[in-house]
Write a protein that binds this ligand. Sequence first.
Ligand code: NCD
Ligand code: ZN
Length: 356
Amino acid sequence: MPLEKLQGVKLPASADFHVHLRDGDMMDLVTPTIRQGGVNTVFVMPNLVPPITTVDRALEYKQRLQAIEPNVNYLMSLYLHEDVTPETIVEAKKRGITGVKSYPAGVTTNSSSGVVDYSVFYPVFEEMERQEMVLNLHGEAPSTGDVTVLSAEERFLPVLGQLHERFPKLRIILEHCTTAAAIEAVKKCGPTVAGTITAHHLSIIIDSWAGDPFCFCKPVAKTPADRDALLRAAVSGDPKFFFGSDSAPHPAASKRGGDRIAAGVFTQPYTTQVVIDSFEQACENGILKESDITPEILEGFLSKFGRQFYGIGEEKNEFITLVKKGENIANILQSEKLDVVPFRRGQETWTVSWSL
Ligand code: NCD
Ligand code: ZN
């Protein structure tokens, strides 16, 4: 085992800055698994049906989540939409909303109410900059003309540059970076711009999702060289890159059956573990060196840098300990109402235990 040195290592609890917890039966099923993944702070995505465009709905949603698992800090977001005005932003800040997520129209699950033209929202971004709120970008150009799922992220990057130039003090996150080009684009911007990296994109590539619905998500995983750039960014110690799992549960039936396959990879119960597994795999394959993976590097990527960027402290000083003792990822998570299949089902992983 390449990362034997991590046996028994104690780290501050992970913070996951991009999660889909859904609502109703799916919320009931997945929310209790957040801590199992070593996480006590989550940034919650607003792409419910209909999307969350008002502060009241975001706060009601937060209460539903808290009722299920009170020992998690839920950072809430609004869905960028014409209903979100500069006045909404002022209210959102006052009432404790953390960010605004923008989905380009039609690029991913539940994005049909998304953005067509960013300039329409400049007054909203101006107010967000003033209120020190975070703008979370789903960075894909819609698939029209010669844009495909493979080029969509790269084709979006000029928009990131333009927004940063126009709103240099606005904190912007390019969510779920999947390409070397995205990593470079984030690096080129000033310190107000960061990128999140998921757990699954640290291991999968195009071939992984071509034929396997449980590896299919948006943005899709790209080439081995792209994946390696993500791995290197995640262990670089550069605070511009931190963890956001993009765990996105879908009922097993919408992955396995039907005419269309839902986009989204579900990692919530094993998020920290899957990151460590990916680093381990990368060491085995000679992409990373064991000496790259220190407790300090893990702490930066999984916990510290994201909290710093969002300006939040460590919750209750909780810690997790990593142990590899032959635990296998569950094949399925089930309630009476529905079931969902975790990423890398059945495979061996690390175990996370909690302490103060
Ligand atoms: C997400 C979902 O299912 O809500 N799907 C995904 O493939 N990542 C939406 C998103 O974040 O793009
Ligand atoms: Zn997402």
